[in-house]
Ligand binder design. Structure first.
Ligand code: FAD
Ligand code: NAP
Length: 857
């Protein structure tokens, strides 16, 4: 580290903020031997718990969990008085922590950071504060909190009001006495829902202006639950470790059962149990799919609405208080105490702003479209410019003077929610793109602080003076964060998670929804892979292992996790018969695919006996265009209906008659039996098209994997031997060459269902080594590809067969064939066909059916 600390104005690290994050960061840095200072606008520690002093302010994660876990001694010294502690108690706790570790000596209070700029030549950050301080540091960390920048009051006329205006997130330290006062409260998020019942107790009248009704569960607060305390004390380390590796930072296990797979009585029992328990997580964790399945979510919304209808006496008010406008959980669920009951009091009134919007705040009160109301005080519980607000409020300039605010103009871009490309030695704690607000923040804060401190120690140990995320790593992380969010119902809500609460803010899902556990694994993996995606620079040179930490699409990852949990033997360790049974059992679990008009099973003559086929008929009059489809399964597995969901999809979406034909399988019938059967099937179908209900002049072929190999070969043979005219070929992750030396066989050898060794097993069963250069086995080896039908070749990034598929597409193009070549990022060999199961491949499937429609037009 540098030696410029002598004037007291240079530090190894400057942290902004002395809330839960800033305090722990100071402690960790000091323990690790770094000089550090925290700069804090407030005149004391506490952050959130310093500012949000409104009546009723409490945590909504149980206090035993919402506490530091880094020091077991600290845990023993502090006892929480309630399950959900009040703001004063949490503030006292953070003050206790600051005192216990003597942290205040490293904090400059009443100091707001206004500007921070990276000085490339000096290799340090220059910080300017509102006190005129000029401080420098090698590293600069924003511990400024996700919910610390109040949202500007965006109600017209706010400056006109003659009486006092209060903001829940900047509440007066001396408190407010509302006795005998007519009070207006605007906002019904967590802050409104917590404060309204207590304000109502004092006020002579309370009028609540509600724009969007929220879902709220009862807090059922009380003393710390005995079993909870016992669970923690029994094995503190295991408990805390469980939290660190849990989905939301609280050690409860989630159900793997989808809502509708559970019998209705049991569903209700679980919902009631969650309701009685009174927390944010139990109901959501009681089923696997409440944030992805709209129908399931709706059922649970109904449960919440019925509870409101039970509590609130006036039916119209009850209806207005029912959350309806957005999926449950897609805004933070609120925990309430007496909130709904408050509206049974004659002094409480609810104004539904959807029905009667605010026209203006006036000198005496508030005018809505329906009436003028007078108030003695107005309370704004209107929330925050969350996650990015406090960060971009500081003028942060990175390399070449680039402004963070501009870099983030269309939404924040970070690597891991920890760092930003173009901003060396800059970190954000619980930044956008990390689990942060979707988790118990105590756990997420500790994880970030520990990760950052370890990174600084690593740099010091290795002689590097700077670290910066690469552009590629950052881009891929942003994609991963968005991909995850888009699998869920969250983006449907106008929430602060989406930036939708602040006028003009880009609509981007801000936190990472993959879970605390998966995220922690990502961060650990980055470190293990020598800070993958970070450039580390020292006097002796730089080091950068650039790359993508999670290339696989999130739903594909979930599928892989599910399969791993089943712990099935690898197919290539089984006999072909056992492998067939295992594959059949997995196939039975798939969604069936869309409805088609009719499904007919039939038999056609093959060169060595009958071949069965399954025909999927579209609901169109007259003769339909024909798609002859060959199933996958490495020439060893599968049958005419083994790719059924995808065949149904192609039929329903392209209005083609899809005929999936079976062929003889290896090892019972080795190469070229499957080819001979495929050729015979195409000839027979072309000759009998009308009988089947299809148009003999309008035939395309399609196939997946080994089936795509057959489809490609059939096109070559039909051309060479004057076979039927084929108008197009859809080749999905095709086998095109019996050569295992291409990089994709190395990069994707394991971990993505189709492994290198399974592919070797397939080839060994199918084809002698000597025959593998035969173009009927390896169509890429054909002498000429000229004149072949137009093709769509689809390859998956994380597939051992990727490169041979790409090579075939290139070779077709080089031979003058019209080719659409689609390379599906983040997909695996099996995921492109996963209709209604893998959403991230929906678009690829759409393009495939469009290509077929194009061939058959
Ligand atoms: P903060 O506590 O927000 O601290 C950031 C500090 O940075 C502030 O003190 C601020 O003054 C300072 N700062 C910001 N900008 C500057 C600047 N430019 N210069 C100097 N100083 C600056 N999370 C949970 O997990 N469970 C809960 O139950 C829970 N309840 C909450 C209740 C409320 C009312 C709110 C608003 C949030 C709640 N949260 C909860 C989220 C909560 O913000 C975090 O749990 C946690 O307290 C954040 O700590 P922090 O140190 O990261 O940020
Ligand atoms: P919030 O959830 O964003 O709620 C703000 C409320 O104000 C919403 O009802 C919003 O309506 C309304 N609003 C905003 N602008 C308005 C306008 N111009 N006119 C009318 N209504 C307007 O903010 P919050 O309640 O402060 O909570 C923010 C987050 O802090 C929470 O989600 C939670 O994470 C944390 N928090 C936790 C607790 C706890 O229980 N521990 C307590 C408080 C806060 P719309 O919904 O229509 O935008």
């Amino acid at each position: 580290m540098t030696n410029r600390e002598s004037d007291g104005q240079h530090f190894d690290v400057i942290a902004v903020g002395a809330g839960m994050a800033g305090l722990y960061l100071l402690k960790k840095l000091r323990d690790a031997g770094f000089s550090a200072v925290a700069l804090e606008t407030a005149d004391d520690v506490g952050g959130t718990w310093y500012w949000n002093r409104y009546p009723g302010a409490r945590c909504d994660i149980e206090s035993l969990d919402y506490s530091y876990s880094f020091d077991p001694e600290l845990e023993k010294e502090w006892q929480w008085s309630e399950r959900y502690a009040t703001q004063p108690e949490i503030l006292r706790y953070l003050q206790f922590v600051a005192n216990r570790y003597d942290l205040r000596r490293d904090i400059r209070f009443s100091t707001r950071v206004d500007r921070a700029s990276w000085d490339e030549d000096a290799g340090l950050w220059r910080i300017t504060t509102d006190n005129g301080d000029r401080i420098t540091a090698q590293f600069y960390v924003m511990a400024t909190g996700c919910l610390s920048m109040p949202k500007e009051p965006d109600v017209p006329g706010v400056d006109r009001f003659g009486g006092p205006i209060y903001f829940t997130n900047r509440w007066p330290h001396e408190g407010v006495d509302f006795s005998g006062k007519r009070v207006a409260v605007i906002g019904t998020g967590s802050s409104g829902i917590q404060s309204i019942p207590l304000i109502a107790e004092q006020a002579s009248q309370i009028t609540v202006f509600q724009r969007t009704a929220n879902y709220a569960a009862p807090a059922n607060n009380g003393p710390v639950r005995r079993e909870h305390r016992e669970q923690l004390e029994e094995d503190r380390n295991a408990y805390r470790e469980g939290a660190r590796w849990s989905r939301a930072g609280v050690p409860i296990s989630g159900s793997t059962e989808p809502f509708f797979s559970v019998e209705p009585g049991e569903r209700m029992r679980r919902l009631e149990a969650g309701w009685t328990r009174g927390d944010l997580l139990t109901i959501n964790s009681s089923f696997a799919d409440l944030v992805v399945n709209a129908a399931a979510n709706f059922e649970v919304q109904e449960f919440f609405r019925d509870k409101v209808r039970e509590k609130v006496l006036d039916p119209l008010t009850a209806e207005d208080l029912c959350g309806k406008d957005f999926p449950l959980f897609s805004k933070r669920l609120c925990l309430e105490t007496n909130y709904f009951e408050t509206f049974n009091s004659p002094k409480a009134k609810l104004v539904n702003l959807h029905r009667t919007p605010i026209k203006s705040i006036t000198e005496a009160g508030i005018d809505t479209s329906a009436e003028s109301m007078e108030f003695d005080a107005i309370v704004f519980a209107t929330g925050f410019d969350a996650m990015t607000g406090a960060i971009v409020a500081v003028d942060i300039r990175g390399r070449d003077g680039i402004e963070l605010k501009n870099v983030w103009a269309e939404g924040p871009k970070t690597y891991l929610g920890l760092s930003v490309h173009g901003f060396p030695n800059f970190f954000t704690i619980t930044g956008p793109g990390s689990p942060s607000v979707l988790s118990n923040m105590a756990v997420s804060i500790e994880q970030h602080v520990e990760w950052i401190t370890a990174a600084l120690e690593h740099l010091r140990g290795e002689g590097f003076h700077s670290i910066e995320a690469t552009s590629a790593a950052q881009e891929s992380w942003v994609t991963h964060v968005n991909d995850y969010a888009n699998l869920t119902l969250y983006p449907q809500a106008n929430s602060w998670y989406m930036g939708a609460n602040v006028p003009g803010k880009p609509r981007v899902f801000l936190p990472y929804i993959g879970g605390v556990d998966r995220y922690r694994q990502v961060c650990d993996d980055v470190v293990k892979r020598d800070y993958l995606g970070f450039e580390q620079v020292g006097n002796a040179g730089s080091r950068c292992n650039d790359g993508v930490i999670r290339p696989v699409k999130p739903d594909v990852q979930l599928l892989l996790e599910l399969l791993a949990s089943l712990d099935q033997p690898p197919l290539d360790s089984l006999t072909p018969e056992a492998a067939r049974q295992q594959m059949e059992a997995s196939a039975a679990q798939r969604p069936p695919g869309p409805e088609v008009d009719e499904i007919i099973d039939g038999i056609l003559p093959g060169p060595a006996g009958e071949l069965d086929y399954r025909l999927y008929k579209p609901a169109i009059p007259g003769l339909a265009p024909i798609v002859i489809y060959f199933h996958g399964g490495g020439w060893v597995l599968g049958h005419a209906s083994s790719d059924e969901p995808f065949c149904r999809y192609l039929c329903a979406e392209s209005n083609a008659l899809v005929i999936s034909v079976n062929y003889r399988h290896a090892p019972e019938a080795r190469f070229p039996a499957a080819v001979d059967d495929a050729v015979a099937a195409v000839n027979w179908i072309a000759a009998n098209a009308e009988f089947l209900g299809g148009d003999s002049h309008n035939i395309a072929v399609a196939g997946w994997s080994a089936g795509a190999n057959l489809a490609a070969v059939v096109c070559q043979l039909a051309l060479a031997h004057d076979g039927p005219a084929i108008k197009g070929q859809l080749l999905i992750t095709p086998v095109t060459d019996g050569d295992f030396t291409r990089p994709s066989y190395r990069d994707n050898a394991e971990g993505y269902i189709l492994t290198r060794s399974l592919m070797e097993w397939f080839w060994d069963h199918y084809c002698d080594v000597d025959d593998r250069h035969d173009p009927r086995a390896s169509p890429l080896r054909a002498q000429s590809l000229t004149g072949l039908p137009p093709a769509m070749v689809v390859t998956a990034e994380l597939d051992p067969l990727r490169d041979e598929g790409n090579a075939y597409a290139d070779a077709l193009k080089a031979a003058g064939v019209q080719v659409q070549h689609l390379q599906a990022a983040g997909q695996i060999h099996t995921s492109l066909l996963a209709v209604d199961a893998i959403m991230t491949s929906d678009n690829t499937r759409r393009l495939m059916k469009d290509a077929l429609i194009g061939f058959l037009r």
